[in-house]
Design a protein around this ligand. Structure first.
Ligand code: PBE
Length: 310
């Protein structure tokens, strides 16, 4: 969030010419011209249609915390509420709204299959509440390197791309079993997996426990890493927890590691609380993002285009 000043400047440079162009091209349609002052949303009062509610996910997630902060920081979100539920319930609500062409705002993130399945957009965030680009990092418990060096090394060498993880997420949302989708990915990406296991020896049933949260991204990544460890001879346990509990479990050594630390912004609070008691194994995925996401058919572009609750 240190970068928000630059982000704001960047947005001005990028957004202003676009608006100017849009205004020229659509003089007869004032819906477009209104986006810079928020008056566009007065024609269609999306807020009223949605009951001034943002569809959230799990209460402990970083994106919900940021969405709640946004309702406090943006004056135009006065009276708005973030309704928490689960990632699955959010996805269902999004799918239903799109089917009925109704407005909806969800707490979203990428990589995520929803962007492959639906035509969606992030709302611009001129205040930079949702941060800039995020990365996903791997965190291990203290002592893992000495006590279980083979697992430590594999976890340390694990890294992949948004396209890799999305291919698994898409199969899972289309009904595939996550363990099967992970196993298939491991089989089809032997070169990449060989880089993760490079320099390690097979083990004979050494136990290793990975903590994760049941977000689609983390279900996919944790199952893939679990499968790779299993193929190397480990006895693997995958333990789903709440976000803060996942961090705590690694910091207290109840779990060996997790591959689900979204930083620098999303889990900044958790890093501050538990960071001194975990070992940072670095980035496993670059190019992640969180924010408020809407269907592309909604005629708004920025959080500032929304209007306060009446
Ligand atoms: N997420 C997915 C998490 C991190 C991974 C964006 C939902 C969160 O908001 O904490």
């Amino acid at each position: 969030m240190v970068n928000s000043k630059w982000e704001k400047l960047g947005l001005m440079f990028v957004v202003m010419p676009t608006l100017a162009l849009a205004a020229c091209g659509d003089e007869d349609e004032n819906a477009e011209g209104g986006t810079d002052e928020g008056s566009g949303s007065e024609e269609v009062n999306y807020g009223e249609e949605m009951g001034y509610k943002i569809t959230g996910i799990e209460p402990g997630s970083g994106v919900v915390a940021s969405a709640e902060a946004s309702t406090e920081e943006y004056e135009n979100l006065e009276g708005w509420e973030v309704v928490t539920s689960s990632s699955g319930a959010m996805a269902t609500a999004l799918g239903e709204a799109i089917e009925n062409e109704e407005p909806i705002i969800v707490t979203g993130w990428s990589p995520h299959w929803k962007f492959q399945k639906y035509d969606l957009k992030y709302l611009e965030d001129p205040q930079g509440i949702f941060g800039d680009e995020e990365t996903i990092k791997t965190m291990a418990r203290k002592g893992l390197e000495e006590e279980n060096p083979e697992a430590y090394k594999i976890l340390d060498q694990f890294e992949w791309t948004p396209a890799d993880i999305e291919s698994i997420m898409l199969q899972v949302t289309d009904g595939a079993d996550v363990e099967e989708a992970a196993a298939l990915w491991v089989e089809e990406n032997a070169d990449k997996v060989a880089e993760w296991t490079d320099g390690t020896e097979q083990v004979d049933g050494t136990e290793v426990e990975l903590a994760y949260v049941e977000w689609d991204t983390e279900v996919a990544s944790t199952n893939v890493v679990g499968k790779v460890l299993e193929d190397q001879g480990f006895d693997v346990t995958l333990t789903p927890l709440d976000n803060a509990v996942m961090w705590q479990a690694v910091s207290e050594g109840q779990a060996d590691a997790m591959v689900a630390a979204w930083l620098p912004g999303t889990h900044a609070t958790q890093l501050e609380t538990y960071g001194d008691d975990v070992v940072d194994l670095g980035i496993n995925l670059e190019g992640a993002k969180i924010g408020l996401v809407v269907p592309a058919y909604m005629d708004i572009d920025s959080i500032e285009d929304l209007t306060p609750a009446e």
